[in-house]
Design a binder for this molecule. Sequence first.
Ligand SMILES: [Zn+2]
Ligand SMILES: [Zn+2]
Length: 246
Amino acid sequence: MSDTNDTNDAPEDWVNEIEVRGLIVGVFQENCWVIGNRRTREAICIDPGEQAEDIVHLAKDMGVQIKRIATSHGHLDHVLGIRGVQSATNADFLMHPHDLEVLRGAAEGAARFGMQVEQPPDPDHYIAEDDSIEVDGVKLSVIHTPGHTRGSVSFFGAGMLFSGDTLFRQSIGRTDLPGGDYAQEMNSILDKLLPLPDETLVLPGHMDQTTLGEERRQNPFILQALQQRGVQPGQRLGPGGLILPE
Ligand SMILES: [Zn+2]
Ligand SMILES: [Zn+2]
């Protein structure tokens, strides 16, 4: 690896060291992700929604140690496993500050579904646009993608996008809950996610994986929003939502 001040993408050998595994957890069938580095044995855990023991076991299976926990947003189906993973690993917990109120309502919200759970801890650190979450050998950049909630973020690195409840395969996250905003959600997707490479693997908070290219061409919500902006099918959006020449 270069020792100079190199801000380019990670070299290939770095990417090959990365191992990602997902676990569907809890009654809301939420996707928890563990992103580890085989060489350094350090890992980031995204959205431990429930079943903390299973998540810790998964990391053990992968031969990695979870050093950071990050949540895409504060909804209860993404945060109820934080306390358990944290107490087993001592990992820091990171979240966008705009979802603090949502997070603090998680146990109360769970009680409405008949679940008796301990309230998740407050974050140890806050994250914002352009921050990166790093453990040795794994680095994900934070993209603030409000719309599903005010503090929703997506994580991008090593050719993968962890899109939380912002972007799903053939769908998007609901915007009818407190803090939700449909126009803002579509702006987040069009202006901040679509400019990423088409081959980017999208690993969402629920349901199946997809690629950004597939969603750009087939996601009905994206197609409608692009049409409203006057973007022709096949045209690409660049940074800031500008249409790029083919
Ligand atoms: Zn959600
Ligand atoms: Zn969710």
